[in-house]
Write a protein that binds this ligand. Structure first.
Ligand SMILES: NC(=O)c1ccc[n+]([C@@H]2O[C@H](COP(=O)([O-])OP(=O)(O)OC[C@H]3O[C@@H](n4cnc5c(N)ncnc54)[C@H](OP(=O)(O)O)[C@@H]3O)[C@@H](O)[C@H]2O)c1
Length: 313
């Protein structure tokens, strides 16, 4: 095990964060239909009141609107909030200088002078790993961000990023990837184990599987928008898992399915960043903290998730 560097240790102390893709995104989340600025401001306020202090956004979410909304909310609170955002590797951004330049744009939308974590959103064939890491390292050295991370990186790219950054004396803080009871690819392919070995924090996105693990969707009541097609094959297979999650939640004094789903991620050693459209969702998700599933419960959930995922593949 590599010792966690002092610069990135704070990320390992955070149990859970909040995702802000929903804030402004119309394509997947239909921002403006059924919820808007009032509701997402309340989601922010409730999360902060519940002790959540880490928020993940990206320049691409709502075309900058997520960062702008968050920037406004940050001005309205006196609480310290740790901010993570992401560089989107558009094909026309191929120089290392594009990275600090894009971060400056994010900082101005967020109305802050620096952030805590700057991530590359996806690997890019346009810029080689070394060039991307040079750009990220420059962001740390110029004080625009405290740490840097990657997102959607598999093991080989992760190792290349880690080595490249270390040549600049900058630690790789995190790898943000899809991880939930319904997507355990990083657990199965060794990426998660590699992160743990290298002291890289695994940040789990879609930890409620875009709402599916709340147990509110079914083939008869599919999620709206693009999720309906994305999950058409998975929805009929969910009942045994959801049933067990509900039973386990009851044994913990009435925890909800979403809380069980998030607690499972935490028990695995990852940092979940559930998205919330409103105060109710933010409040419920914050209730994933302060208790733990037993090892037997985690094993039982693993088995049920395996039987769904094996059937899927
Ligand atoms: N790096 C990447 O490539 C990447 C990719 C995806 C996401 N992310 C990040 O990860 C964050 C979370 O992932 P995600 O938004 O994809 O999925 P998620 O957190 O698994 O699901 C969020 C959605 O689930 C529903 N929901 C949330 N809390 C709920 C609750 N307590 N009860 C019932 N329903 C609830 C809401 O949608 P409905 O109410 O509409 O069902 C909400 O929009 C994002 O906000 C973003 O910051 C990063």
């Amino acid at each position: 095990m590599t010792e966690i560097s002092s610069e990135t240790r704070f990320l390992h102390a955070i149990e859970m964060g909040l995702g802000a893709w929903q804030w402004g995104d119309r394509v997947v989340w239909q921002y403006g239909h059924g919820y808007s600025e009032i509701q997402v401001r309340e989601a922010f306020q409730v999360a902060i009141a519940e002790g959540i202090r880490f928020i993940d956004t990206a320049e691409i979410y709502g075309n900058g609107l997520s960062e702008r909304l968050l920037g406004g909310f940050l001005q309205e609170t006196d609480q310290p909030v740790l901010i993570a955002t992401k560089f989107f590797p558009w094909p026309w951004r191929f120089t290392k200088g594009a990275i600090p330049k894009a971060l400056k744009g994010s900082l101005s939308r967020l109305k802050v002078e620096s952030i805590d974590l700057y991530q590359i959103h996806w690997p890019t064939p346009v810029m080689g790993t070394d060039r991307v890491m040079q750009g990220l390292a420059e962001c740390v050295k110029s004080g625009l961000t405290r740490t840097v991370g990657v997102s959607n990186y598999g093991q080989s790219r992760l190792l290349a990023a880690y080595s490249s950054l270390s040549r600049h004396n900058v630690p790789l803080a995190s790898n943000q990837v899809h991880y939930s009871l319904l997507n355990r690819a990083v657990e199965k392919d060794g990426t998660f184990a590699r992160c743990k070995e290298l002291g890289i924090r695994l940040i789990a996105y879609s930890p409620i599987e875009k709402g599916l693990l709340a147990g509110k969707y079914s083939p008869e009541n599919p999620p709206p928008g693009s999720r309906a097609r994305q999950y058409a094959g998975l929805l009929p297979k969910l009942p045994p898992l959801i049933k067990e999650m509900t039973l386990i939640g009851q044994d913990h004094g009435g925890k909800s399915n979403s809380q069980v789903a998030l607690n499972w991620v935490i028990c695995k050693g990852a940092l979940p960043i559930p998205g919330a459209k409103n105060a109710d969702q933010a409040l419920e998700n914050a209730g994933a903290l302060g208790w733990r599933l037993t090892e037997d419960e985690v094993t039982k959930l693993d088995e049920l998730s395996d039987s769904i995922l094996e059937e899927k593949s």
